[in-house]
Design a protein around this ligand. Structure first.
Ligand code: NAD
Ligand code: UDP
Length: 315
């Protein structure tokens, strides 16, 4: 069979671990690279028995040499709490990580996919967001280390493609959730579920009227794999997200309903530069990848709540 050798950076993280699993299930050889900043060996421990899986501790700000056919570049903390913990390291990870992985792709002639983000649209004044929208990003705010790092990575991907003919793919991922998020991750879905299950107050930032679109991880992984396999002339960027749009108050109430929790909602200060609204226009993904998300928020939350319930009972 045609077993591809695939490198996944950030493979021990939330999305990365699901991606590694999927690629192995398809009969590929997977090399997972991670520095365990926000990821964990626990996320991939069930894959360690597979002879076609390798786990390597490595920081992508340093060059890495290996002969592979494809690279998925996911290494980067994704939760505002974690990417703001050491903002200089975050921007180094995005920018130097992209340079190192693109250099590798160029040398070994691998195809490379970048996990970009809806944060490239910043606090958008076009709604919903199509790929052609250039965004509204504060270049000097507390989120810039992540937003501008990811924007610069997109620039690097396009320039390596134009200048060196590297085969690239860029996906702009909208808020994704599911099992294997870290209970301490700090993002809204995991926070609300963990708080509800523990009977703690649900922390609504601001008035809770800001919106997000939540995509279940299986849908995201499907989009990434389709993008990697898509026609070579299609580089993206392409949005992947679920166009359902919810306020944080709606999300909190849904989590309370599904957990049966009696937790109270409390209102906390809104972090600066927090985008007011976000929803993907996924026409391009539908057209080019024949993809659209299948999992409704309610169904995805039920699965995720089951996961966290188990984690909390065993901790
Ligand atoms: P995550 O924090 O669970 O995963 C990131 C992984 O990268 C972790 O395993 C972490 O240890 C690793 N990492 C961080 N810095 C590294 C470095 N310097 N060297 C090597 N490894 C490093 O987050 P996630 O949600 O799984 O996100 C994965 C990717 O998808 C990230 O690039 C993120 O920006 C992107 N993304 C995610 C979302 C989302 O909603 N989950 C949305 C947009 C984009
Ligand atoms: N949020 C919230 N309570 C929390 C965590 C987050 O109300 O405990 C809000 C946050 O202010 C933002 C939205 O939920 O408006 C999504 O936040 P998250 O950190 O998950 O992702 P991002 O802001 O990067 O989309």
């Amino acid at each position: 069979m045609n077993r591809k050798k695939i490198l996944v950076t950030g493979g021990a993280g939330f999305i990365g671990s699901h991606l590694c699993e999927r690629l192995l299930n398809e009969g590929n050889e997977v090399i997972c690279l991670d520095n365990y900043f926000t990821g964990s060996k626990d996320n991939v421990i069930h894959l360690l028995d597979n002879p076609y899986f390798e786990l390597i501790r490595h920081d992508v700000v340093h060059p890495f040499h290996i002969d592979v056919d494809e690279i998925y570049n996911l290494a980067c903390p994704a939760s505002p709490v974690h990417y703001q913990y050491n903002p200089i390291k975050t921007i180094k990870t995005s920018v130097m990580g992209a340079i190192n992985m693109l250099g590798l792709a160029k040398r070994v002639k691998a195809k490379i996919l970048q996990a970009s983000t809806s944060e490239v649209y910043g606090d958008p004044n076009v709604h919903p967001q199509p790929e052609a929208y250039w965004g509204n990003v504060n270049p000097i705010g507390i989120r810039s280390c992540y937003d501008e790092g990811k924007r610069c990575a997109e620039t690097l991907f396009m320039d390596y493609h134009r200048q060196n003919g590297v085969r690239i793919k860029i996906v702009r991922i909208f808020n994704t959730y599911g099992p294997r998020m870290n209970p301490e991750d700090g993002r809204v879905v995991s926070n609300f579920i963990v708080q509800a299950l523990k009977g703690e107050d649900i922390t609504i930032y601001g008035d809770g009227m800001q919106t997000r679109s939540f995509q279940y991880v299986d849908d995201m992984v499907e989009a990434m794999v389709r993008m990697m396999g898509s026609d070579e002339s299609f580089t993206g960027p392409v949005n992947t997200g679920n166009p359902g749009e919810f306020t944080m108050l709606e999300l909190a109430n849904l989590v309370l309903e599904l957990t049966g929790s009696k937790s109270k909602l409390i209102f906390c200060p809104l972090p600066s530069d927090d985008p007011k609204q976000r929803r993907p226009d996924i026409s391009l993904a539908k057209e080019k990848l024949g993809w659209e998300p299948k999992v409704q928020l309610r169904d995805g939350l039920v699965k995720t709540i089951g996961y966290f319930d188990n984690v909390l009972k065993n901790s």
